[in-house]
Design a protein around this ligand. Structure first.
Ligand code: LRY
Length: 234
């Protein structure tokens, strides 16, 4: 594994493509996600964001790019589902990914604790590992910065009850994080067009993750269908 600085340097001003399909999604398959990642690499992506050990393992065989690894795991007790407990963090660390992304919202986690209670021990134990904080607000990102995360992502803006309805991509959040925190700000969530991607970089994002617009054909199809229906109705 490369040094932290080298990894971050390799994604600076570059596109990261998220290749994810949950069990209920049509493309759920490590094989398909690895091909998606390969296509993204050929297209010029410089990083891949991926969910689950099975997908990550397959993706590693197909591409030689840094991976932001997550494990989405839903527990009954909590709404936190992106790398929510110590168990998922340990699994990702053992598997080996360049960056581990964790839900860094203020919500109670499945173990009954909040991020400020659990992260210090993780930071200490895995001091050589890069961690990305998946945040939904400025205050969450501020706390994540103070806790020692290596980069801050806007991943969860619009996806917590208190940010629902936020227009994505959340340019305001990106700009305020760029202004106030001297670590890489990763724009993620709701980037649908090349123009929006360009815009988040203009706002100062260090790197940007695009998922659905590139790797979820069902959602892409829906957008096209909706456009036509709208025209017919409107
Ligand atoms: C909220 C949540 O669960 N986000 C997930 C995080 O990994 C993914 O489902 C998104 O696809 C990813 O964040 C990229 O965003 P978008 O697909 O909008 O480009």
């Amino acid at each position: 594994m490369k040094r932290k600085e080298e990894i971050l340097k390799s994604i600076e001003r570059e596109l990261i493509v998220s290749c994810q399909a949950l069990p209920e999604e049509p493309l759920h398959s490590p094989y398909i996600m690895a091909r998606m990642a390969y296509a993204a690499m050929l297209g010029g992506a410089k990083g891949i964001r991926a969910n689950s050990i099975d997908d990550i393992r397959e993706i590693k065989k197909a591409v030689n790019l840094p991976i932001i690894g997550i494990i989405k795991q839903v527990y009954d007790e909590s709404n936190v589902f992106i790398t929510p407990t110590r168990k998922e963090i340990d699994l990702l660390y053992q598997e080996g990914v360049e960056i581990i992304a964790i839900d860094a919202t203020n919500r109670i986690r499945p173990d009954g604790k909040v991020i400020s209670e659990v992260f210090p021990a993780i930071r200490e134990q895995y001091s050589n590992q890069l961690f990305m904080a998946d945040c939904s607000t400025y205050d969450e990102a501020k706390q994540a910065y103070e806790l020692g995360f290596d980069c801050l992502g806007t991943t969860l803006s619009g996806y917590t009850t208190y940010t629902q309805g936020t227009k994505l991509p959340d340019g305001e959040l990106i700009a305020s994080l760029v202004r106030d925190f001297p670590i890489p700000i990763i724009a993620e969530g709701g980037i649908w067009t090349p123009e929006e991607l360009k815009r988040v970089f203009e706002l100062g994002a260090y790197s940007a993750v695009v998922g659905t617009a590139i790797t979820r054909p069902m959602d892409i199809t829906k957008r096209f269908v909706k456009a036509v229906k709208f025209d017919l109705e409107g």
